[in-house]
Ligand binder design. Structure first.
Ligand code: ADP
Ligand code: MG
Length: 250
């Protein structure tokens, strides 16, 4: 579903991704862990074309979005192609990013109506089904300001799902939440995993990683240090840097 190879990305002279490889198979849940500043968000943002890479290749569902020329510079497909390819992915951010002036239901149907040109009546059944899935059927007429952080994040998940993506990317979806609200969001994500939705999740929630991930990827300093099954990476890490990182969670 995702094949990113030898991704390099700098901001000015700050080199942030230094040859990252990431593959994600259909229905797989891949959890990316690593210290703050290790390049996790940048990697997700490059995959979703919110940032442009300097060098490397990215293919989504076997469709090439960008690849190197002979000079090792990343050459992107035309913008229209990239848009189409990236529409296969939905993303959920740490800070929800809901539209504050729209109700929960309006938030969910907005993108399908404007981007996919669907009619309100066409999208309503799916929107309501998704609200039920995230446990917020009774909140469709509420505004974001009337919701808890956990509820807002569940709306954000429903909103991303309303575009019917094949892949969901999550960037620290529970990091901005009070501890007592993280569980409801993690549970919602676990349900998606059980529905066999392909997911890439950046998180510090090691319990979630252990229980839900098919693969855990540990990043440090812009490279992938170690990856494998959760039992391997989280329980029997091979690399000293993985051990040092994990020791903070005990
Ligand atoms: P993580 O998500 O693992 O905490 P990030 O990918 O957000 O790490 O950031 C990696 C590094 O890149 C950090 O040093 C950060 O300051 C830097 N960085 C991220 N985005 C930008 C940007 N738009 N401009 C400049 N530097 C950035
Ligand atoms: Mg980040």
């Amino acid at each position: 579903m995702i094949n990113a190879q030898q991704i390099y990305k700098s901001f000015g002279n700050l080199s942030v991704l230094k040859g990252v490889n990431l593959t994600v198979e259909k229905s797989e849940v891949v959890v990316i862990i690593g210290s703050s500043g290790s390049g996790k968000s940048t990697l997700l943002r490059c995959i979703n074309h919110l940032e442009k890479i300097d060098s490397g290749s990215i293919a989504i569902e076997n469709e090439l979005m960008v690849k190197n020329n002979e000079a090792n510079q990343a050459i992107y497909q035309p913008e229209q192609e990239i848009k189409r390819i990236c529409s296969k992915m939905g993303m959920v951010f740490q800070h929800f990013n809901l539209f504050p002036h729209m109700t929960v239901l309006q938030n969910i149907i907005e993108a399908p109506m404007t981007v996919k040109k669907m009619k309100r009546e066409e999208i309503l059944p799916l929107a309501r089904e998704l609200l039920q899935k995230v446990g917020l059927s009774n909140k469709e007429d509420s505004y974001p300001s009337q919701l808890s952080g956990g509820q807002k994040q569940r709306v954000a998940i429903a909103r991303a799902l309303a575009m019917q993506p094949d892949i969901m990317l999550f960037d620290e979806p529970t990091s901005a939440l009070d501890p007592e609200l993280t569980g409801e969001v993690l549970k919602t994500m676990q349900n998606l995993a059980e529905d066999k939705i392909t997911m890439v999740v950046v998180t510090h929630e090691m319990g979630f990683a252990r229980a839900v991930a098919d693969k855990v990827v540990f990043m440090d300093g812009g490279v992938v240090i170690e990856q494998g099954k959760p039992e391997e990476v989280l329980v029997n890490p091979k690399h000293p840097r993985t051990c040092a990182f994990l020791s903070r969670f005990i």
